[in-house]
Design a protein around this ligand. Structure first.
Ligand SMILES: *[C@@H]1O[C@H](CO)[C@@H](O)[C@H](O)[C@H]1NC(C)=O
Ligand SMILES: *[C@@H]1O[C@H](CO)[C@@H](O)[C@H](O)[C@H]1NC(C)=O
Ligand SMILES: *[C@@H]1O[C@H](CO)[C@@H](O)[C@H](O)[C@H]1NC(C)=O
Ligand SMILES: *[C@@H]1O[C@H](CO)[C@@H](O)[C@H](O)[C@H]1NC(C)=O
Length: 959
């Protein structure tokens, strides 16, 4: 029997030696039966899931466990159970390790486990405890020295709620790990007590726990026995206590990614044993040479993105003789790369990205496997000597030129190679890397015709990005089994002329971007088979494709924009971008049966007939419906269902008639309502008046862009409702960061009459809010309430029948950039308050009956006569008619800011870093157009979207 146990135990034994203290000699006391009765129901309260947490495959957890249920059995001494350890004298269960046991289910406060009062070590890490709260009963394990309740941070956490203050009763704790439970919070009182009472603590691991409520002061009293403090991603803010750097035993300090944590590093008396210091992405003030001078024996250091004091030259690196892991990105370091300084180190990981290094890349550094040096200004060629152990070679965004040196093609262990956003030229050679997973050569100047067989050795390649090499083409005639593992292929803006043949055998392809190349003709039928079970994104937009659209694969994000395709609209996609084609067939009514339809963009086609009645029925998923610039007639479907998800409804430039359907009020999530250039009639919106209490039931709280221009609306402006456009009122405080409507799901675009020009914004910054009611027959006065819409950028009420004075509250619109209320019957003076709008760039008050003195100062010094034409009673600058001496100057004919015969043009500007502008301008028919002033141009790149503010007054030649 004992022999059986021995074999059994060895077979399942753990690498974790701490748990192997269990002794097998025959005098070993047996498990007390109440302990078996405590353990069994506990483990039986969980189910066992098939999967195991990713954390369980790495590091100290690089072992897999069988479900323990099989080894935990009544009738067998519980001290012999797998991963249960007993006290050898008395037989008390003193350690239980259930980490990585694939357990699923809640831990109830009444669970029998809490009766194991003698426990000294308890490890429940990496299971699936369904967001249980940590019971205060954990505080009852009086002799506990090690507690690990680490969560799995991949999908959701194991534990949630507050860390109970009773944890502070565990005064013998040496190691506490609650990390990875990102739903969990710890607050100042609990932490304070915990730190006061746990005086033996050597390891405190709380990363990813929400500590935003914690006052960092209470960390001041941490136990002097502490060796490891790990608080990454804890939302800590405030000043980090200085004394922690002096703790006499501290070896590991990780507090990175607490963006609002500040502090400074001491100049002397550092904790001498410190080996690992991770401060990246915090507000620590850092003087790099000083820091490294103090900590010469550091093995791991990352300070990327901290606040560096001054700039420095990399000579200080020679002090780091022990370093293995070094992250210095955004470090404000300049000068020659310090390769020779690091030559004899054990460095394996080096991140120097976003500095100002010049010069060459490393020659032979035998240990270095991960090199990150993107966005420096190394404007030299790559040297033809790179360590053969390199796995990561990340050199994006430098000024590297010339051809790729031959050694790069042969680095045997290479996994990731990023050469994008450089100035490489010449041909691309044959890659010899068996293990390469990711290859990017995008945004360079490579040229020539690449034979696809140069990829034939890349058996492991999953992602290939050759996009934005305008002279690079790819020839793949009959090649198959090339890149057969490929998941993502990007060839956009290159010179390819066909859909690569090797895709026929690419059974894992998920992302395929062939946009803006030179592919023409019909879409071959085999394309429908490509990535049959895997493809989720397919773009051939901006090519010369003709013929019918094949009916493609389900659940696809399908982008066919800007081709010459015709035929039946497929009914199989979730996101369909079919704008700017030759589509003229009726929208198939089947389209309304696609339950997952999320985006439907059919704009700029020749679609006619009625908008299918049931289009409003997509209650479950449709967020964007864009039918602009077609020939739809009839009325707007009256079938918008309650609770629908529509965020953008664009029916601009059709021939729609009738009035707005009442069911539009069900579109509570609308951000864009664009109905301009139709023949829609009625008072606006006639159903508003019928809703009892607009305060509580306001229809469109998120609306940012409303365009009703060029219709037949009449009646008074909806006075009360301006008080409720919440989204237009709030000045978006996104921490200075602009977000875009539809950020993750749609490149929203909309035409706006911005500063007198029709402009199509490819994405709509959240800050971009406009009202355009021009060219209708609205009457009455301009409501005072308009002044509440503080984030408004553009307001156009021109060409209506508005009367009375301009409300002075217009002056509250401090973000307004263009204001057009021309061609109405406004009287009285121009409110002086308008001069307070310092952002105003375009003003058109022409063709009204305004009188008196034009406000002076600020922007009003920049407006010209045309802003005021046709107002015979106005005087003062810029008119020659002075206010005391009206000289009878004749107004010239009015200037219309609208021209229906606008011309379409597409503008691709290249930004100096190689980013691609994507702005479509619809220009006014004059020789050049104004720079967009403070307007926003949006461009997107691999590195995310950016917004560029064009300098005020800059003029940009029309292409
Ligand atoms: C513990 O409590 C849960 C929920 O309150 C209950 O379902 C369960 O039966 C209880 N278990 C025991 C052993 O009392
Ligand atoms: C805790 O440890 C002490 C000292 O080793 C011992 O006397 C006591 O019995 C233990 N308590 C429990 C509940 O195991
Ligand atoms: C400190 O620990 C002791 C027992 O170890 C406990 O009685 C006491 O309540 C704890 N203090 C706090 C503030 O939690
Ligand atoms: C940092 O602080 C600012 C201002 O207090 C806050 O808005 C922001 O959310 C904080 N950022 C993080 C990541 O905690």
């Amino acid at each position: 029997m004992v022999l059986f146990f021995l074999i059994f135990f060895l077979f399942l034994s753990l690498p974790n030696s701490s748990l192997s203290s269990f002794s097998f000699n025959s005098s070993k006391p047996l498990c007390h039966s109440h302990q078996s009765f405590a353990l069994l129901p506990f483990i039986n309260s969980f189910s066992v899931v098939e999967y195991s947490d990713p954390n369980c495959d790495v590091g100290e957890y690089s072992y897999y466990y069988y479900p323990l249920k099989n080894s935990w059995k009544m009738g067998i001494d519980c001290c012999g159970w797998n991963r249960v350890t007993c006290d050898t004298m008395i037989g008390h269960v003193i350690a239980v390790d259930l980490s990585c046991s694939q357990l699923q289910g809640p831990i109830h406060p009444n669970t029998t486990m809490f009766s194991l009062r003698h426990l000294q070590r308890l490890n429940l890490a990496y299971n699936y405890f369904n967001h249980s709260t940590i019971s205060s009963k954990f505080g009852g394990f009086a002799n506990l020295t090690h507690l690990n309740l680490s969560g799995y941070s991949v999908s959701s956490s194991s534990f949630t709620g507050n860390v109970p203050s009773e944890i502070s009763h565990l005064s013998k704790l040496v190691s506490l790990d609650l990390s990875g439970n990102y739903d969990m919070r710890i607050k100042t009182p609990s932490l304070k007590r915990l730190i006061q009472n746990l005086t033996h603590l050597t390891e405190l691991v709380l990363y990813e726990i929400d500590m935003s409520f914690v006052s960092t002061n209470c960390l001041t009293n941490l136990s002097s026995s502490l060796t490891s403090l790990r608080l990454t991603f804890c939302q800590l803010k405030g000043k980090f206590p200085d004394n922690i750097f002096h703790l006499p035993n501290l070896q590991i300090l990780r507090v990175g990614y607490n963006y609002n944590l500040t502090g400074s590093l001491p100049n002397y008396n550092w904790s001498t044993p410190l080996k690992c210091l991770f401060l990246s992405e915090t507000g620590f003030l850092i003087n790099l040479p000083n820091l490294i001078n103090n900590l010469k024996s550091l093995k791991q250091l990352t300070v990327s993105g901290c606040n560096f004091i001054g700039s420095s030259y990399p000579t200080f690196l020679s002090n780091l003789t022990q370093i293995t892991y070094l992250g210095l990105s955004y470090g404000n370091i300049g000068g020659q790369c310090p390769w020779s300084l690091l030559n004899n180190t054990r460095l394996t990981y080096l991140d120097l990205s976003y500095n100002n290094f010049i010069g060459q890349l490393p020659k032979v550094m035998t240990n270095l496997t991960q090199i990150f040096s993107s966005n420096n200004s190394s404007n030299s060629q790559l040297v033809n000597k790179i360590s053969s152990n390199v796995e990561y070679l990340i050199l994006s965004g430098n000024l590297l030129n010339g051809t790729i040196p031959s050694c790069v093609y042969t680095i045997p262990s290479l996994l990731y190679l990023y050469l994008d956003h450089n100035q490489f030229t010449g041909h691309i050679g044959e890659f010899q890397h068996n293990s390469l997973v990711y290859l990017s050569v995008s945004f360079n100047n490579f040229s020539g015709n690449v034979e696809s067989k140069i990829f034939s050795k890349l058996k492991s390649l999953q992602s290939l990005d050759m996009s934005n090499n305008p002279h690079l083409s790819l020839h793949s005639a009959s090649a198959t089994n090339i890149l057969s593992k490929i998941h993502s292929l990007q060839l956009s803006s290159s010179n390819i002329t066909e859909i690569p043949q090797f895709l026929r055998t690419a059974e894992y392809i998920g992302y395929l971007d062939l946009s803006n190349t030179h592919i023409k003709g019909n879409i071959p039928s085999w394309v429908m088979e490509v990535g049959k079970d895997s493809l989720y994104y397919f773009s051939v937009s901006r090519n010369n494709l003709t013929g019918h659209i094949p009916s493609l694969i389900c659940n696809l994000n399908l982008d066919l924009r800007s081709n010459n395709l015709n035929g039946t609209i497929p009914t199989t996609f979730a996101k369909g971008y079919l704008s700017r084609n030759n589509l003229s067939e009726r929208i198939p009514s089947l389209i309304c049966n696609i339950t997952s339809l999320n985006i439907l963009d059919l704009s700029h086609n020749h679609l006619s007939n009625m908008v299918p009645l049931s289009l409003g029925n997509f209650s479950d998923s449709l967020t964007v419906l864009d039918l602009r610039s077609n020939k739809f007639n009839g009325t707007i479907p009256a079938t918008f269902t309650k609770g629908n998800y529509l965020r953008s409804l664009n029916l601009n430039d059709n021939q729609l008639v009738g009035s707005l359907p009442r069911s539009l009020i069900n579109c509570r999530r609308l951000e864009v309502l664009d109905l301009g250039n139709n023949k829609i009639s009625g008072t606006f919106p006639h159903w508003l008046e019928t809703i009892a209490n607009p305060k509580t039931k306001f229809t469109f709280p998120n609306l940012r862009i409303i365009d009703l221009s060029h219709n037949d609306f009449h009646g008074l402006l909806p006075t009360k409702y301006f008080n409720h456009f919440k989204a237009m009122m709030s000045m978006n405080a996104n921490n200075g960061k602009l977000k875009y409507m539809g950020e993750s799901y749609y490149h929203d675009s909309v035409m706006v009459t911005m500063k007198g020009f029709y402009i199509e914004l490819v994405k709509i910054p959240n800050l971009f809010t406009t009202i355009d009611f021009s060219n209708n027959s609205f009457k009455g006065e301009i409501p005072k309430s308009i002044g509440t819409l503080k984030s408004l950028k553009g307001l156009n009420f021109s060409h209506n029948n508005l009367i009375d004075h301009m409300p002075p509250s217009l002056g509250n619109l401090r973000n307004l950039e263009w204001l057009d209320i021309s061609s109405n019957m406004l009287t009285g003076e121009i409110p002086r308050q308008l001069a307070d709008i310092t952002s105003l760039e375009v003003l058109n008050l022409s063709e009204n009956c305004l009188v008196g003195m034009i406000p002076q100062g600020n922007q009003f010094n920049t407006f010209e006569n045309v802003s005021y034409l046709g107002n015979l009673g106005l005087c003062g600058f810029p008119l020659t008619r002075t206010c005391d001496n009206v000289d009878g100057q004749q107004p010239s004919p009015s200037l219309s800011f609208h021209d229906d015969n606008f011309k379409f043009q597409e503008d691709d500007l290249k930004f100096k870093n190689g980013f691609n502008w994507k702005v479509v301008l619809l220009g006014y028919g004059c020789g050049f157009m104004f720079g967009l002033g403070l307007g926003y141009l949006v461009f997107s790149s691999e590195k995310g979207t950016r917004l560029v503010n064009i300098v005020y007054g800059e003029r940009h030649n029309k292409v």
